[in-house]
Design a protein around this ligand. Structure first.
Ligand SMILES: N[C@H](CCC[C@H](N)C(=O)O)C(=O)O
Length: 260
């Protein structure tokens, strides 16, 4: 059959998006999803998302990692899906949608999408790293000379070494200024470094504040694929009103022939 798709990217984290409001897509076909995400045999992407109707909100986000398995929350994916919903005319300036970790509010202005993330009430501190859930599980670790760091190798080691089969995303961080950091992420489900990870940079920003590396509640993060800003508040040990802001854009659209 011919499948219509859209390709989006948010700071270089790229996604295949399908309008599934008419339930045309075979969600349980892990092989098909991983093939569509394959950069040689398919369209190519770090993940695939379906936009579906939702009873409680403007739309529903269903997210799959490039390996074809349903993932946990994806911050850059969420920002891209908001841009796609805006393109479809589902909303004008602000929206609320449903994702695997609950409802998300978001706004769009030009190419900039600002997405509200779930509250975070626990950051587990270990001697050399921290671990927290920002919708997806994240390991956050400070390193020197991030530019030269072997992220795929070290990320893979930690992802399986500490977290086992279910795994975690692994973020390596270097401070650039009082309120600015550079982050590189090894993503589980992609099993490689991606150009940016939204829930990952959110986790990195909160951890840097928690560790006292910064007093800023508006943190700039540089990734391989571009810049993101994280805003938050902290009350009684809990992080609330967390927003992830950055560009998200449609790259191309088309049809692909697939056997289903
Ligand atoms: N790239 C995503 C995270 C995907 C999470 C996924 N790799 C998983 O752990 O299921 C982001 O921008 O937040």
């Amino acid at each position: 059959m011919e499948l219509h798709f859209f390709k989006y990217q948010g700071t270089g984290n790229d996604f295949v998006i399908i309008d599934n409001r008419q339930h045309i897509f075979p969600k349980n076909d892990t092989k098909l999803i991983s093939k569509l995400c394959d950069r040689r045999f398919g369209i190519g992407g770090d993940g695939l998302m379906l936009l579906e109707n939702d009873n409680m909100s403007d739309f529903k986000m269903v997210y799959f990692n490039a390996d074809g398995k349903e993932g946990s929350m994806c911050g850059n994916g969420g920002r891209c899906l908001v841009a796609f919903a805006h393109y479809l005319g589902i909303f004008k300036e602000e929206t609320t949608f449903n994702a695997v970790d609950g409802l998300h509010f978001a706004t769009i202005s030009g190419k900039q999408v600002k997405l509200k993330m779930i509250d975070v009430d626990k950051i587990h501190q270990k001697p050399n790293h921290s671990f927290l859930d920002t919708g997806s599980p994240h390991h956050v670790q400070l390193v020197d000379e991030l530019e030269k760091f072997d992220v795929p190798k070290e990320g893979k080691k930690l992802r399986y070494g500490i977290y086992g089969e279910s795994g975690s995303n692994i973020n390596f961080v270097e401070q650039k200024a009082e309120d600015a950091f550079r982050v590189r992420t090894y993503e589980r489900g992609v099993e490689d470094e991606t150009y940016s990870c939204g829930t990952g940079v959110t986790a990195a920003a909160l951890t840097m504040f928690e560790l006292g590396k910064t007093a800023a509640k508006q943190i700039h993060i540089e990734t391989i694929g571009g810049d993101l800003i994280i805003y938050f508040e902290k009350h009684n040990g809990k992080y609330t009103n967390i927003f992830l802001e950055g560009p998200a854009e449609q790259v191309f659209k088309g049809t692909i022939t697939c056997s289903i």
